[in-house]
Design a protein around this ligand. Sequence first.
Ligand code: UDP
Length: 140
Amino acid sequence: MAIERTFSIIKPDATRRNLTGAINAKIEAAGLRIVAQKRIHMSKAQAESFYGVHSARPFFNDLVSFMISGPVVVQVLEGEGAIAKYRDVMGATNPANAAAGTIRKDFAESIEANSVHGSDAAETAAVEIAYFFAGTEIVG
Ligand code: UDP
C-alpha cells in the first residue's frame, strides 16, 4: 500500500480536556507519523470554509460555533494507507456507534463534540493540508 498523508484536527472538546497527548499516542500506536502539528484558534471564516460542504446541513451553525469555541490542534499524519487507517483509528462519527479502542469511543462527548477530524479521501486530504500548512511546515 502507498505512503499517504492525511489531515487531522484535534477538536476543542479534546484540547479543553487536555487529551492531545492521549490522542497522539493512539495515532502513533497505529503506525502513523505526525509530520506536522500546530495549535491554533480557528476563525469563524476558516471554520465556515473548512466545513463548507456541510453548509446546508441543520447542524452547520452549531458545528462552526463548536469548532471556534476553543483551540484546536491541526496535524498532518503520514503512513501506509494513512487516510483509511486514520478513519479506523478515529471510529464512527457518532461515538455511540464507534468501535472499542477508537479515539471517538474512548474520548468523544457527542456526535458533534467528537474529538477529531480526519480526511475522507485523497483529494480532500490534499486540499485540507494545503488549507492549514505550508509545504515547509511538513517534515516527513
Ligand atoms: N456533525 C454533527 N452532527 C451530525 C453529523 C456531523 O455535529 O449529525 C459534525 C461532527 O463534528 C462531524 C462533522 O460534523 O465530525 C463532520 O461530519 P461528517 O459527516 O463529515 O463526519 P466525519 O467525517 O467527521 O466522521
